[in-house]
Design a protein. Structure first.
Length: 124
């Protein structure tokens, strides 16, 4: 989990419908996380995040009428971005197709060829 002290929150007025409430309240939340200045991440994690997502992670929430709920949503989205950037992809191990798979492939090619042969006009 990200420490809330390392997340900068900016508040502004939300766009869209909402009547008088939306036009007077600053419910839109923008959460900004600076990767390089974080003490929660190790150097290796910082390098991984910088390579995948860049030096700044940013999430915006204006879905709800409540600033508090939008703050929670923005924090969740920021955490999800960080989690995705930190994910280590497994290396693909190349494998050869099995004998049965090759036979299925060739059989389907023969069937397709036979179907196309039926479309040709009869030979004279």
């Amino acid at each position: 989990m990200l420490p809330l002290t390392e997340i900068d929150f900016r508040f502004s007025r939300s766009s869209g419908p909402g009547g008088q409430h939306a036009s007077t309240s600053e419910t839109r939340v923008e959460a900004v996380f600076e990767v390089e200045s974080s003490s929660a991440l190790t150097d290796a994690q910082k390098r991984r995040v910088l390579a995948k997502a860049g030096p700044t992670l940013r999430a915006v929430a204006q879905d709800e009428r409540s600033q508090h709920r939008n703050r929670e949503l923005a924090t969740e989205r920021l955490t999800e971005q960080l989690r995705a950037a930190l994910k280590v992809e497994r290396k693909r191990v190349p494998t050869r197709p099995s004998k049965a798979a090759k036979e299925r492939r060739l059989e389907s090619k023969k069937r397709r060829g036979a179907t196309k042969k039926l479309r040709q006009p009869p030979a004279e």
